[in-house]
Structure formats: C-alpha cells, structure tokens
Design a protein around this ligand. Sequence first.
Ligand code: SAM
Length: 346
Amino acid sequence: MKLWAIRVPRKLAEDTRRLLLQSDIIHPEARIRRDNEHILIPVNSKHDLDELAGINGTDENITIIESEFEIKPKKPFLEDILGFTPTFDVVGDIAIIDADDPDAARIASALMEFRHSLKVVLGAASPVEGEFRTRQFVVIAGEDRTHTVHKEYGCRYNVDLAGAYFSGRLGAERQRVAETVKTGQCVVDLFAGVGPFSILIGRTVPGASVVAIDKNPAAVELLRENILLNKVDNVQGREDDARDAAESLEHQADHVIMNLPQSAREFLDTGIRVAGDEGIVHFYDITHEDDLYLTSLELIQNAASRQGRWVECVGKRIVRSYAPYQYNVCIEFRVIDNDKANRQKN
Ligand code: SAM
C-alpha cells in the first residue's frame, strides 16, 4: 500500500518514532521498514506531517516521501474470534468461566490462544456455597490443577480455588481497608480465607499486628504458607470458628474485618465483641438496591445495644454488584462503650 512516510537516519529513528507516537500520527497497520541507513515511518496523512513542528525541515537528512508499505495483519481480540465478549475471572494463571456456558469450550480455547499468561481454564460447576464458601470446578483447557499463585498489590498468594475461597476482584477493596490501618494497631480478620486482607495489612503496616482467623483447615494451611511467602512476621494465622476465637480477643481490636457477606449478619455480635473502644468494624453484607444500608444499620445498632455499646457509622459504599438488584456493600462503624458515649452526649 502506498503511504506518506517520514524517512529518518537510523540513529534518529527511535526519538522520531516516539515524537510521532505522541502526536498519534503513525499509521497503525503499516509496518515500519528499513531503507539502507534510513528508517521509513508510515503516517496517516501528509497533512499530519506538514502540521508537525519540529520534524519537517529541521534536519536535511529527514525527508518526507511516499512509499510502498506492507500492512500488518491486525491482532485479533477475543471478541473478533468469538463474536461476543466473554465473561471470565482471572486468578493467577487460571481463568474461570461458567462450565454450563454452551460456548465454554470455544471461550476456553480462545483464552488459551490469546492470553499467553493463562495456563488453565476452569469451569465453575457450582455456585460459591457452604460454610467455607468454596465451589466445584472442572478443567476445560490447559493443565489439570486448581492451584495457582496470585499477585496483588505487591503480595503473592498461594490459592487453591477448589479448597478455599479466593476472588481476584476484591484487590482494590483490600487495599482501601489496609490504608485505614495505622502502625501500632491490632487487626482481627474474622473470616480471613487464604489471607489477602491480613497479609496486605501485615506487609504495608509493619507496626500493626494482625490475627487472621478461618474455620476452613485448607484455607488456614494456605494462609500460613502465604504468611511465610510474603515474609510477614506480624500476622498470626488461627484455625478456629470466629465465635470461639472471639472469647480470647474481647474488646481488643482497633479494626475488625468481617468479610463473609452472605452470613456476616449472624456474626455481628462477634464482630462488635472483638472491637475495642473506638474500634472500627469493616462489615460486608449483601443487600437489595431498595434497601442498601438501612436494615443492616438497624441490625448493627441492635447488636451493639445488646452488648451495652454504641455505634457510629463512619462509611458505607457499594463494593460490587452481586446479582440482579443485589449488591455487595461495606458498612464501616466505630464501636464506642456506652458510658463513654453517654459522657460525650452530656
Ligand atoms: N477474606 C477472605 C478473602 O477476601 O479472600 C475470605 C472471604 S470468604 C467470603 C469467607 C471465609 O470465611 C471463608 O474462607 C470461610 O471458610 C470462612 N468462614 C466461614 N464461616 C466461618 C466461621 N464461623 N469462623 C471462621 N471462618 C469462617
């Protein structure tokens, strides 16, 4: 194809290419080529070059010419191959798709072909279910495994998707919570899973101490591996039921993380019990769009009253969409001992 191009000496080619890139005038599909000691950079139009100050006429070795160029085959996107945009999650080098999708095999082979970092495509064969919030998978393409290492905000996590809960979608939320923790503070992560909240806090706030609890033995085994993997000595992994663990942690935490959205309401008493005076509880819930926060706030207030304590809401937000009309929300509240709250009121 005949195109206008800028012909530059090889030693000036890279600087010129960068300058042209900034102005967005390099032809996107034509291949840059060599012409003896010069490089020919194809552009969209001669008009663009005429307007570009600083190139044309500044060096007699730089000229504008018309020449033949080979057109690069356009790299196809997944959408081009499939004819639709597939839905999938990525954890480490594993992609997760819906096993029941009639196009599952096609999606899996397109993912393996176009996302070279992926080594496995798993099909989710059940919803996230049960007390341990796990799901069943079938391998649709690639290696036969559910284990991977996921990197997030400078931490690495050993994950076994079939054995313990993990979602790569909560990275920004974990980072946001970690940023609220200050050095010297005590954090209790009541439903820690493989440790992504706890370990991020341990790593980014070395002066904090974190107790990470989970009831699922497989999750705690991975949590302990991840504590070592990330070299954090201020995170302690405990295999326990959150309610039982609360007995030895009463009124101790500056931050309580309650990331068990489907049933966190049942553990509100536990979370409030663990919070120290002025402690902040990061409470995750699933709510309907017509009642994003109100019922949850009432339940929180009632749970605090049962323990002779007071709560003050310090933040509330939608974390992500969960299902049609339903949202995963986070409510953050400060727990205050009643006598202190009364003194402040008077
Ligand atoms: N916070 C982790 C994360 O972001 O990946 C895990 C969250 S996952 C939704 C909830 C976790 O709570 C699961 O790992 C599950 O095993 C744990 N769990 C459920 N019931 C529990 C209980 N009674 N005591 C302690 N952990 C529990």
